[in-house]
Design a protein around this ligand. Structure first.
Ligand SMILES: Cc1ncc(COP(=O)(O)O)c(C=O)c1O
Length: 357
């Protein structure tokens, strides 16, 4: 599996034929509001602290997360982005066999395969709304040591039904199989998190991130809410100081900024709906429903691939993510982050031009 990622600025800026000037980067799905001003202030105030070591366990951030989610602090582990925690869990669990629900983020398999883990896949389908196939998933749980699922899914933006999550969690608990649910994008949609169940599910891990909702990809702050047994397992594998003093201060400030949260939950769904309408009006595109800050779009123009469309838009100074490296998507899907209204006009004009027959 290729480890393509959106938001690789060095690669994007180095692309041939790219126009001079700023890039509209919609290849990584980051809150279009940008970082909260309170976070910026907290970072500036924390700058003098860089001459000292941070708290090895980022205890103040862990306490803030515990209060924010109403989950006891002993279940919370903070890290250098949720990617660090994916690798931490992989190393600590060292599963012989794992089941990954696709299409999905490439780092789950990238973390597991070097450890000798045999990774199996369950692949959803667009005509089923990208909902994980229930029977194929549940019947394989007992044959593996770990199941990994993202909810909402990236790149599809689909939210798994509550009943399916319950059934999956119950099946994993019964078979004593670890279940990791990646909720990196769940802040964009209130509810349906499994976070409150980590206290009673010893083998459940919920991954969360401050990257997406709080627009802090460069700072690297993520965390996991872990059931008791998973928490015990990761203990001996953690590195000290993986959350820097700046990241910890920013994380605490982000969680405290209720106005930013409320504004995001107000504007992102409205901007997403507007983008959906704009894309559908262009014709030849199939836009899938999404609860997140990105849209998965199927290209239904004969002869036009996702890679070709992404390359053409890059020549207009706009980066989108080709879906070709995601298992289950094939060569004709792109993922587009929801931009601000003024940037939507730029995107839609460029797309209209590039989609001309
Ligand atoms: C589903 C999902 N999980 C986790 C991550 C990693 O996020 P971070 O390491 O920045 O917290 C990403 C990043 O693209 C993602 O898409």
């Amino acid at each position: 599996m290729r480890r393509d990622h959106g938001g690789n600025l060095r690669e994007l800026l180095g692309a041939r034929d790219r126009p001079a000037g700023p890039m509209l980067d919609l290849s990584a799905s980051i809150n279009p509001l940008g970082a909260s001003p309170q976070v910026i202030r907290a970072l500036l105030a924390a700058l003098p602290s860089i001459t000292r070591y941070p708290d090895p366990e980022a205890s103040a951030l862990v306490e803030a997360l515990s209060r924010y989610h109403d989950v006891p602090a002993r279940h919370v582990v903070a890290g250098h982005g949720s990617t660090e925690l994916i690798y931490l869990l992989a190393r600590a669990l060292a599963p012989r066999r794992a089941l990954v629900v696709h299409p999905a983020f490439s780092e789950y398999e990238a973390a597991l395969e070097p450890l000798g883990c045999a990774v199996e896949r369950v692949v959803g389908r667009g005509d089923a709304g990208w909902i994980p196939p229930r029977d194929a998933l549940l019947e394989r749980v007992a044959q593996v040591d770990l199941v990994v699922l993202a909810n909402p899914s990236n790149p599809t933006g689909a939210l798994a039904p509550a009943e399916l999550l319950e059934e999956l969690a119950a099946a994993c608990a019964e078979a004593r199989v670890s279940l990791v649910v990646d909720e990196a994008f769940i802040d964009f949609v209130e509810g349906r998190s499994l976070k409150s169940t980590v206290s009673r599910r010893p083998w459940l891990g919920v991954l969360r991130s401050l990257t997406k909702f709080f627009a802090l990809p460069g700072l690297r702050v993520g965390y996991a809410l872990l059931g008791e047994r998973l928490r015990e397992r990761v203990e001996g594998w953690r590195e000290p100081w993986s959350v820097s003093a700046l990241a910890e201060a920013a994380g605490i400030a982000a969680l405290a900024d209720r106005a930013y949260r409320a504004q995001t939950l107000r504007v992102v769904p409205a901007w997403r709906a507007a983008l959906c309408v704009g894309l559908e009006r262009l014709g030849g595109l199939r836009v899938y429903p999404s609860v997140t800050n990105y849209l998965l779009v199927g290209i239904e123009r004969p002869g036009l691939t996702a890679a070709a469309l992404a390359a053409a838009l890059l020549r207009d100074g706009i980066a989108i993510r080709s879906g070709a490296s995601f298992p289950g998507l094939g060569p004709n899907h792109v993922r587009i982050a929801v931009p601000r209204p003024e940037d939507q006009q730029v995107l839609l004009a460029a797309l209209a031009h590039r989609l001309e027959p």
